[in-house]
Design a protein around this ligand. Structure first.
Ligand SMILES: [Zn+2]
Length: 257
């Protein structure tokens, strides 16, 4: 049996943390929401946790001083509140969580934080701007599904943006026993009836249940674990490279000021 991993906070003991003090923390941040008829409510938590873990493991192997924090399981689901057991974390709550996590880490000499975001409805930019000003930390946001555009383009004809081919393939690879492919719908999107709202530069959130009758966006029926593995490897590699550079950075080296 391998012992506790020093780079995973929920496994590491205090002696390990003192011996190899981290200077970068990675905070996976998911959501708990419906993912079609075929995927678990915990999909975004599974994805964010696994990619963060894979990336931290690779970065540590290259000498980076990184610690993986436990995953925040809830995200912004304001437009899905008509769906059973879908938990919404409001923006003010998310700000409070981010502020307290960051301030704690800064007091202990960890002034670089990477949020590994697993949910499209989580918008961190304004929160990060405020918390960086308040704490002096450097905070970086990673949206995992945007990390490997070439791989994504090469392996998915239509990745979809929620419970579609991309996400379903990824979870088939990570935890295939939780995916009921026979139940998968077509992930059809119903266009807005007020169609001028759909033009470039104009935005309003989708009323999810009306826009997505099976709660998915994008057809998952071509998904497979092999595509998920390729995406996982490319994504972890991209995040790990960034973690290595961030951990090695010295104060004053832009944007780590
Ligand atoms: Zn998702």
């Amino acid at each position: 049996m391998p012992g506790p991993r020093a780079h995973v906070l929920h496994e590491a003991n205090y002696r390990q943390l003192l011996e190899s003090r981290p200077n970068v923390a990675v905070l996976p941040w998911g959501a708990t929401e419906a993912h079609g008829w075929h995927m678990p409510h915990g999909t975004d938590v599974i994805e964010a946790t696994a990619i963060a873990e894979g990336a931290v493991e690779r970065a540590v192997a290259e000498g980076a001083r990184v610690i993986l924090l436990p995953t925040i399981p809830f995200g912004n689901n304001a437009q899905q509140q008509d769906q059973v057991a879908t938990i919404h974390l409001s923006t003010t709550t998310a700000l409070a969580v981010l502020r307290d996590v960051t301030a704690s880490l800064v007091r202990q000499g960890i002034d670089r934080l990477v949020i590994l975001n697993g949910h499209g409805g989580n918008a961190f930019a304004p929160l990060v701007r405020d918390v960086m000003l308040e704490t002096g930390a450097t905070i970086v946001v990673v949206n995992f599904w945007q990390l490997a555009p070439e791989t994504t383009q090469a392996i998915f004809d239509n990745p979809g943006d929620h419970a579609g081919d991309l996400e379903t393939s990824l979870v088939l690879f990570l935890q295939g026993d939780l995916v009921e492919m026979k139940q998968a719908g077509d992930g059809r999107r119903v266009p807005f009836a007020i169609d001028k709202i759909a033009q470039p530069g104009v935005w309003t959130p989708r009323p999810w249940s009306q826009s997505h009758p099976d709660t998915g966006c994008g057809d998952p029926r071509q998904a497979n674990a092999e595509k998920g593995k390729a995406l996982f490897e490319a994504t972890c590699g991209a995040v790990a490279g960034m973690l290595v550079e961030l951990s090695a950075a010295s104060k004053g080296q832009s944007p780590y000021l």
